[in-house]
Design a protein around this ligand. Structure first.
Ligand SMILES: *[C@@H]1O[C@H](CO)[C@@H](O)[C@H](O)[C@H]1NC(C)=O
Ligand SMILES: *[C@@H]1O[C@H](CO)[C@@H](O)[C@H](O)[C@H]1NC(C)=O
Ligand SMILES: *[C@@H]1O[C@H](CO)[C@@H](O)[C@H](O)[C@H]1NC(C)=O
Ligand SMILES: *[C@@H]1O[C@H](CO)[C@@H](O)[C@H](O)[C@H]1NC(C)=O
Ligand SMILES: *[C@@H]1O[C@H](CO)[C@@H](O)[C@H](O)[C@H]1NC(C)=O
Ligand SMILES: *[C@@H]1O[C@H](CO)[C@@H](O)[C@H](O)[C@H]1NC(C)=O
Length: 756
């Protein structure tokens, strides 16, 4: 069974390929197949809705679900309850603990539809609002009340409620429609934190991990003065939507997050009335949407108007490594920020090597030079001969499996350690607190120091230089951020959007076991990028309460930045052009997202037609759950034809034409011209018509994009963009256009395949 973990990345497991993305000091790292309980396993069971006359209240659903289960639990009180969760919103069905024989009996009852084994999912800042162009008392924040009136539901590891990020100064009460509450121990509701519930069986919403506290503060934490970690990044911190309310649904523990708990959390969040859902978790393996608790649960949420934002995964830099690929999700990749916690290594030849350090203290006279130790056959820190490091500065590469080796080198008397990134991580330095006298340098810096170390009597000095802002280039895509193309649906471009996810400062647990206010921590992952975008979704939702989730997603994607802070294209961890398979539509730009001009909208019928084409009738029943819809009557919607705000064409046939429809959400009378660029040599793209004229708000116009190309042995993907530019040039509605001309590895799936 696949495992889901928080999509957080700590450097202890910073490796060429961080297969498991989450670790926390004291936490066990688990990959497991779900829990066994004396021959029983957890299953998620889909059944028909309660028959007429059965009632539609929660208790009626529960009784209907219990009627499928063996009776033994009533007789034998030692028997653990079979029914683990009973769902009403996300799913017609329940989670239950059953032996295979019992499951056989359940499957013979009238009303049974389908069962699948539960899966363990993995949980895969002071400055980021400013980096995203948000300023206190100005612009979007001021005009739209900082996300006022919107509820962001976070499914995660719980929340440290006393943290000042969750103080409610300046917050109005929860909206009148809100049905949620704080339940169980450790929960303290106020006007900021308006809901906290646990679905992991402990009735305790406190956060034993830190992850949920970090993600919720990033999305909608209140303003906090004096935030910093080890004195770094100091300033007034806040979430992206500091005026929005937070509701925590605890579905994860240090062991991961079960699919059954996740569905229960989604079920409750929908009933409570959240507006935006933030899920910094995912599976390490892509699995079919009709087997994926996130895809299934999120569909119900989206069909009720809730925007669902998910992490793309931490399995980069290889291609085809995404989690959360369903088109109704907003899938977020992770990028760097223009901030460095600067630590400079001065070499004996006068050269200065930029680096970073999360712990900017030294036990030695600052700036003094010491002999430099580096041996190419002991380049990994764990392999360094600690007998020869006393009084020296050691250059080595941290082996994720042996993070303690840095301590060993310091204990052996080294005056400092310069940790270099492995080549594969390039310029992505995932910072970790290794204590005093440790500097982290990127691959380039490490190579320069190693080269110098071969000279006679090499020496080096380390100087800490605190927090630098305005670092260029930024953003860059982080090496760990998962990449497209989507394996399950290559005709839908994923990831959707890039947001800050490298070395992000936000709320953390109090040190030790105290119940204090809490601290701050700087951590990395697509887990950290996700709440930035859920915060932006809250800002857009606050400005446009009537927009559909697809319209909000379109607004966020088509207004994103294609360029970095040097004005050039967004780069990757090697400083090569990143492109849409890494960065999606671009880097999120909240200020423009509230006023996109045009949106690409999608509704339940579009998704349902797409699900039919991709997976068939049974998947429609599981995911869409509307008895009056059948694949026979629905429009056939291929992946490339879904009205998505990005265009991805796996060229199985040339020419290939896709159609899109845009809705005018800008000025009533407006004219847009197409601005198409496709610089590649192997494909050409044409758009018709090239001008769209609107005379009223809400008006829709359809256009088509025709791609012509030939497969090439070397070029696998070509990309460009299509922008609809308004006459005033105030609105530029940009979509990436990706043409997949050949696959390096697997062949493309069939056009209307049923490969589930
Ligand atoms: C998990 O299940 C798969 C097949 O279902 C099996 O190959 C694998 O060994 C199992 N892993 C563990 C840790 O039990
Ligand atoms: C959880 O705690 C609440 C009190 O906040 C209590 O009413 C409820 O019965 C508890 N539930 C369980 C399953 O212990
Ligand atoms: C390791 O490298 C050093 C010089 O850098 C060399 O003297 C030594 O022989 C090497 N050891 C091995 C086992 O290769
Ligand atoms: C230290 O930071 C300051 C700016 O705060 C900068 O001007 C200076 O060049 C930095 N020193 C080094 C050695 O990089
Ligand atoms: C089911 O689909 C029909 C037809 O599109 C629609 O009218 C109805 O509102 C849907 N029912 C629900 C519960 O969404
Ligand atoms: C059209 O696209 C090109 C290339 O992306 C860009 O340089 C140019 O500024 C765009 N023109 C307008 C009016 O947006």
């Amino acid at each position: 069974m696949a495992s889901f973990l928080p999509l957080l990345l700590l450097t202890a497991f910073l490796s060429a390929k961080p297969a498991l993305c989450y670790v926390h000091p004291g936490a066990r790292l688990l990959e497991r197949n779900g829990t066994e309980h004396s021959g029983r396993r957890d299953f998620i069971v889909l059944v028909e809705p309660p028959p007429l006359g059965h009632g539609d209240a929660e208790d009626d659903h529960r009784r209907w679900h219990e009627s499928f289960l063996p009776l033994s639990q009533l007789a034998d009180s030692d028997d653990p309850p079979r029914l683990v969760h009973s769902y009403t919103e996300v799913f017609s069905g329940f989670a239950a603990r059953l032996t295979d024989a019992e499951l056989g009996a359940v499957s013979k009852k009238p009303g049974f539809v389908h069962a699948f084994p539960d899966r363990t999912l993995q949980l895969m800042t002071t400055h980021t609002p400013e980096f995203l162009g948000l300023r206190k008392d100005a612009g979007l924040w001021r005009d739209h009340g900082y996300g006022k009136g919107v509820v962001v539901g976070v499914l995660d590891s719980g929340i440290h409620a006393p943290h000042p990020y969750f103080d409610d100064h300046g917050m109005p009460p929860a909206p009148a429609r809100w049905k949620g509450s704080c339940r169980g121990s450790a929960a303290r509701c106020n006007n900021k934190l308006i809901g906290a519930k646990s679905f992991v069986g402990d009735n305790d919403t406190s956060d034993g991990v830190g992850h949920g506290t970090h993600t919720s503060s990033t999305s909608a934490g209140n303003f906090v003065d004096g935030a910093s970690m080890n004195g770094l990044g100091a300033g007034t911190a806040s979430g992206i939507a500091p005026g929005a309310h937070v509701a925590m649904y605890k579905v994860c523990t240090v062991d991961g997050c079960s699919g059954g708990s996740l569905l229960a959390g989604l079920d409750e969040a929908i009933k409570d009335g959240v507006d935006v859902l933030s899920l910094s978790l995912g599976s390490n393996e892509p699995f079919s949407f009709d087997q994926d608790p996130i895809a299934i649960g999120a569909f119900s949420a989206v069909s009720k108007g809730i925007v669902v934002v998910c992490a793309a995964g931490n399995r980069g830099p290889e291609l085809e490594t995404l989690s959360n690929e369903a088109p109704w999700l907003l899938t977020v990749a992770a990028g760097s920020v223009d901030r460095q916690f600067s630590a400079v290594t001065r070499l004996g030849d006068g050269k200065l090597i930029d680096g970073e350090g999360l712990h900017q203290t030294t036990r030695n006279p600052s700036g003094r030079s010491y002999p430099l130790f580096y041996s190419s056959n002991q380049s990994v820190c764990g392999s360094v001969d600690t007998g020869s490091v006393r009084g020296k500065i050691v250059l080595c590469e941290v082996d994720p499996a042996e993070a303690n080796s840095v301590d060993d080198i310091k204990l052996a008397g080294a005056t400092g350690v310069v940790l270099m990134n492995s080549a594969i991580d390039g310029y992505t330095t995932v910072l970790r607190d290794f204590g005093s006298d440790v500097v982290q340098v990127n691959g380039d810096g490490g190579a320069s120091i190693a080269e110098y170390a071969a000279s006679r009597k090499p020496v080096a000095a380390i100087t800490f230089n605190n927090t630098l802002l305005g670092v260029r280039p930024a953003p860059t895509v982080a090496s760990f951020s998962s990449r497209g193309p989507s394996v399950l649906n290559p005709g839908v471009l994923k990831p959707d959007i890039l947001a800050p996810g490298l070395n992000i400062l936000a709320a953390w647990l109090p040190l030790g076991t105290g119940k204090g206010a809490g601290t701050f921590n700087i951590i990395s992952g697509t887990s950290m990028a996700t709440p930035h975008v859920s915060g932006v979704a809250a800002l857009v939702k606050s400005a446009h309460p009537d927009w559909s989730p697809a319209a909000i997603k379109s607004a966020i994607m088509t207004t994103s930045d294609a360029v970095d802070n040097t004005g050039g294209p967004i780069l990757d961890q090697q400083h090569a052009k990143a492109g849409a398979l890494l960065a999606g539509a671009g880097h999120v730009n909240p200020t423009r997202a509230a006023d996109p001009g045009l949106v690409y909208d999608l509704g339940v019928t579009d998704y349902a037609g797409y699900i039919c084409t991709l997976l068939g009738e049974k998947a429609l029943a599981i995911i869409v759950r509307n008895g009056s819809l059948s694949c026979h009557d629905l429009p056939k919607v291929q992946d490339t034809q879904l009205n998505y705000p990005a265009i991805s064409v796996p060229l199985r046939q040339s020419p290939w034409t896709v159609r899109r429809t845009v809705t005018n959400v800008g000025p009533a009378r407006s004219t847009y011209r197409a601005n198409l660029t496709m610089p590649g040599a192997s494909s050409t793209v044409r758009v018709t018509p090239e001008t769209l004229e609107f005379s009223r708000a809400g008006e829709k116009k359809t256009f088509s994009v025709t791609v012509t190309g030939r497969a090439s042995g070397t070029v696998v993907v070509e990309e460009g963009s299509l922008s609809w530019v308004s006459a005033s040039e105030k609105h530029v509605v940009r979509s990436p256009v990706v043409v997949i001309l050949g696959y390096a590895a697997a062949p493309p799936p069939p056009p209307d395949g049923s490969w589930a």
